[in-house]
Design a protein around this ligand. Structure first.
Ligand SMILES: Cc1cc2nc3c(=O)[nH]c(=O)nc-3n(C[C@H](O)[C@H](O)[C@H](O)COP(=O)(O)OP(=O)(O)OC[C@H]3O[C@@H](n4cnc5c(N)ncnc54)[C@H](O)[C@@H]3O)c2cc1C
Length: 421
């Protein structure tokens, strides 16, 4: 019966990044990472659009994303570990009201971003004026211009995960794949061996994990189990405060689309920016490998909170909702077809749209990435690592510090995030 200092459940980007930063600070710790899939990055990390941006409305999300982006850039440029990172930009298409808003002004002051004129957006292939009739029926907005974030783009989540996994093996971490944790065993810290333990008057602890491969023991545990966290916490009465929201991606191709994907925002050969339409904020992620756009939308009211084992993308949702809007802005989509599609889940913090990172008893929890866990994955891992090491502050890449309690539940101190895409 081997005992570990720490067992981390979940080998998505969050679990891997946390384990990496723990071992980076304390090489002597004996860590095991347990994952039910046959290998790493098979959960929502694999379903992601894998786009990154430092454009957020809350200060905390700006810090988490910008420091993570810089760390990934360091891995790719200095350590020469290719992450497929491309700085093709994020283009928010805006109506007149948003173009002149205080939020947009603040973003241009805080981040490396520029405003783009309506004529330039037209040159990219967008129809910027929508007929009165259609805009009143469908609530579509005319495009007055765009905000282009330059420290933004796309990357490959399996490659970042692979960086962390290979480094973790070098640092001595153990992995147990094909291992499903079925239960956290709640036990008295001081066992009396009376039936019915633990009683309310006993100090409690998680004694071991029950898995399909037998019981596993550690002093501390960390759940990096994303939307599945509640399955493990609900039975022991700890609330993770997150809810699952299904998200779908439709890979769309077509002759004109191919040409569009492989041009930058000025029309030169390159890569189209990750683009967000005004009105229903449908996003278009260019994929250079398949020369297609990945189309996605963060639907809120009307999309239930159910969680299925194998979520299926709904073609009807694409055709009646997404395509109906896109073809009004991009007539080129009249000649398009969906080549493939998939679905996953956002682990939503429905209050402020940012991670929950907290510890109860000897179990740490990191969840609630709210649709941006790749672009913030490194910073979030540093905060969870600091928490598990008992540090009050976490140091992000580049040197900024964050109080670990700020992301917790009891002393939470974050602003609400208004830009969840
Ligand atoms: C369609 C879609 C598009 C997205 N687009 C973006 C984007 O453009 N940019 C961005 O930054 N983020 C994006 N995200 C969000 C991002 O993918 C997630 O925030 C991130 O992957 C979360 O990582 P994670 O490691 O916390 O979770 P996961 O990758 O889901 O990892 C959790 C792991 O825990 C394992 N697990 C769960 N329960 C158990 C158990 N009981 N026993 C053993 N193992 C268990 C799972 O198998 C899984 O591997 C998107 C998500 C979706 C669904």
């Amino acid at each position: 019966m081997e005992k570990y200092d720490l067992i981390i459940v979940g080998a998505g980007i969050t679990g891997l990044s946390t384990a990496y930063h723990i071992l980076d600070e304390n090489r002597d710790m004996k860590i095991k990472i347990v994952e039910r899939a046959p290998t790493f990055a098979q959960g929502n990390t694999a379903k992601s659009d894998a786009a990154f941006r430092d454009i957020f409305t809350s200060d905390i999300n700006y810090k988490l994303s910008s420091s993570s982006i810089n760390f990934y850039k360091h891995i790719q440029e200095d350590l020469k570990f290719n992450l497929g990172m491309k700085f093709n930009g994020y283009l928010f298409l805006l109506d007149k009201k948003n173009m002149e808003s205080e939020t947009v002004k603040q973003i241009t002051q805080k981040t490396e971003s520029i405003l783009i004129e309506r004529e330039d957006i037209s040159r990219m292939g967008f129809k910027t004026s929508i007929s009165q009739e259609i805009s009143s029926v469908m609530n579509l907005k005319n495009i007055a211009g765009g905000l282009l974030g330059k420290n933004c783009g796309i990357l490959e989540p399996d490659l970042i995960s692979s960086f962390y996994e290979s480094e973790l093996r070098k640092m001595g971490a153990e992995f147990s794949y094909n291992t499903t944790v079925r239960k956290l065993s709640l036990e008295p810290a001081l066992k009396l061996d009376f039936p019915g333990e633990p009683f309310i008057w006993q100090e409690k602890t998680i004694g071991h994990l029950e898995t399909n491969r037998g019981d596993m023991f550690a002093d501390n545990y960390l759940l990096a189990t994303d939307v599945w966290t509640n399955y493990l916490l609900d039975p022991i009465g700890i609330d993770s405060h997150i809810r699952p929201k299904k998200r779908q991606v439709f890979q769309v191709t077509g002759k004109g689309i191919r040409d569009m994907v492989m041009k930058d925002y000025t029309g030169e050969p390159g890569l189209f920016p990750f683009t967000i339409l005004p009105g229903p904020m449908i996003d278009m992620r260019p994929d250079p490998r398949s020369e297609s756009f990945w189309i996605s939308f963060n639907d809120d009211i009307g999309r239930d909170f159910s969680l299925e084992d194998d979520p299926v993308p709904e073609m009807d949702f694409y055709e009646k909702n997404l395509l109906t809007v896109i073809r009004e802005y991009l007539p080129i989509f009249n000649e398009s077809k969906v080549n493939s599609s998939w679905a996953g889940y956002y682990s939503m913090n429905t209050i402020d749209g940012t991670y929950y990172i907290f510890k109860e008893l000897n179990v740490g929890v990191i969840t609630g990435s709210s649709g941006s866990g790749i672009m913030k994955g490194d910073a979030a891992g540093r905060i969870a690592a600091a928490m598990m090491l008992g540090n009050k502050k976490a140091r992000l890449y580049g040197g900024k510090e964050i109080d670990v309690d700020d992301l917790g539940i009891k002393k939470r101190n974050v602003q609400m995030e208004n830009l969840i895409i």
